[in-house]
Design a protein around this ligand. Structure first.
Ligand code: AR6
Length: 172
């Protein structure tokens, strides 16, 4: 069973087999964690993303990590929060499930995730943390059994606290 760890930091520095990118459906880069990953990986990452022809919300596509310490980047567009009645919860769960399953299919044993959709996409943080951890735990127990370590890399203390609380609730 995979261990789930909540850490504070910059995901572009993560020494794991795969990092997950909170992308948009174009897969052609953006701000936030997406911008940071593209800057750190170098221009070859954009060149690898172009022929993928984008990605639907909740789906996932994989590229090499290029200059990153991680071997792979799994790109997933999370949902934009539009009030909660537009399948946002299901789509966010899909992003986590599909990303972890794709990384596992490429032999990844260690995978790092950012807090998908809780930045400019405005998904409520506490709800996102609960969905993320429940989905990752379920997926690790079923379709991604080879994964040993899942890290949630939080960029600020408030995000870290929300995931710690959600993890404690899940383990209780
Ligand atoms: N390492 C870890 N987490 C980070 C980093 C980093 N280097 N930089 C930011 N975060 P966001 P979204 C955190 O807005 O809400 C992009 O333009 C950030 O503080 O990056 O899914 C895409 O192209 C927040 O907690 O992603 C899309 O258009 C979390 O990552 C759109 O933003 C997610 O914030 C996706 O929006």
């Amino acid at each position: 069973m995979a261990k789930i760890e909540i850490v504070l930091g910059d995901i572009t520095k993560s020494q794991v087999d795969a990092i997950v990118n909170a992308a948009n459906t174009s897969l052609l880069g953006g701000g936030g964690v997406d911008g940071a990953i593209h800057r750190a990986a170098g221009p070859a990452l954009l060149a690898a993303c172009r022929p993928l022809n984008g990605c639907a919300t909740g789906e996932a596509k994989l590229t090499p990590g290029f200059r990153l310490p991680a071997k792979y980047v799994v790109h997933t567009p999370g949902p934009i929060w539009r009030g909660g009645q537009h399948h946002e919860r299901t789509l966010l769960a899909n992003s986590y499930r599909n990303s972890l399953t794709l990384a596992a299919a490429h032999g990844c044993q260690t995978v790092a995730f950012p807090s998908i959709s809780t930045g400019v996409y405005h998904f409520p943080l506490e709800l996102a943390a609960e969905i993320a951890l429940r989905t990752l735990q379920e997926t690790a127990a079923t379709t991604a059994k080879s994964v040993q370590l899942i890290q949630i890399v939080c960029f600020d203390d408030q995000t870290k606290k929300a995931y710690e609380i959600a993890l404690a609730a899940l383990s209780a």
